[in-house]
Design a protein around this ligand. Structure first.
Ligand SMILES: C[S@@+](CC[C@H](N)C(=O)[O-])C[C@H]1O[C@@H](n2cnc3c(N)ncnc32)[C@H](O)[C@@H]1O
Length: 235
């Protein structure tokens, strides 16, 4: 059991609402930030238990920013936790938020989980995640639920929207996909049941490398080059 799960199950805290398999995913992508001074933004506060969980996990080293549409949540503010009241689907609110807080090392979207909320939040805030930071969007199963604006293969679902990120990651290799901010700033996409974790890193056009002595006649490689099956885009 990792520290997050331990906190959830054994420590005294306000209510936390997560899915049971999320703790392993958080720990896998966030443990390298422990011991560092970091900034976190969580969208969706509810009773504030998850904010206490981050305080516990990062041993007070994290400054925690949080957003909720419910004005009651403002009561949960403390020295280390700054709370902003507004809607994650309101672009002007998110723009003002960006002016009020530093770029964050971790952003967790655990708000209302509608398609519009998840897409607007990503479009507005991905660029406010610092270099080498982590963007986490939770509860992606709502992409399949009508009530949240989702539906299987529905073009405006967050799942369908984020599938385009796979192409953007590979934009270096095809003129058909423009190289954009996602291409240049995303190291990797990690899909889990209901969670997408994006790890940010400054990226440059990759190149292939070889080392070591040639030990066999590589007939196949010659054929590949001759047939333009590598280094050229297959139509
Ligand atoms: C799933 S709960 C958050 C749970 C909390 N992160 C936890 O782990 O315990 C979702 C929260 O999102 C808030 N919310 C719903 N719609 C929102 C919106 N449009 N903008 C911001 N917050 C919203 C709700 O008020 C609720 O507190």
């Amino acid at each position: 059991m990792n520290e997050l799960e331990h906190f959830f199950k054994n420590e005294d805290h306000r209510m936390i609402h997560k899915w049971n398999h999320y703790f392993e995913i958080y720990d896998r992508h966030l443990h390298h930030l422990k011991g560092k001074k970091i900034n976190i933004l969580e969208i969706g506060i509810s009773h504030g238990g998850s904010l206490q969980m981050w305080e516990y996990y990062f041993k007070g080293m994290a400054t925690i920013y949080a957003v909720d549409i419910n004005p009651e949540c403002k009561k949960l503010e403390s020295d280390n936790i700054k709370i902003f009241i507004g809607s994650q689907e309101d672009e002007s609110f998110l723009k003002k938020l960006k002016q009020s807080i530093p770029p964050v090392d971790v952003l967790i979207d655990d708000g209302g989980h509608t398609m519009k909320q998840q897409v607007t939040t990503f479009n507005q805030l991905f660029d406010h995640v610092a270099e080498n930071g982590i963007y986490i969007c939770e509860d992606l199963h709502t992409s399949y639920w009508k009530h949240f604006g989702g539906g299987y293969k529905k073009s405006r679902s967050f799942i369908e929207f984020s599938k385009n990120f796979i192409d953007k990651l590979h934009a270096w290799h095809t003129p058909k996909v423009p190289i954009d901010a996602i291409t240049k700033n995303t190291h990797s996409l990690h899909y889990y049941d209901s969670i997408l974790v994006m790890e940010k890193r400054k990226m440059e056009k990759p190149f292939d490398v070889k080392a070591g002595n040639s030990s066999i006649e590589d007939v196949h490689a010659k054929d590949l080059v001759a047939n333009s099956l590598i280094y050229k885009e297959a139509e």
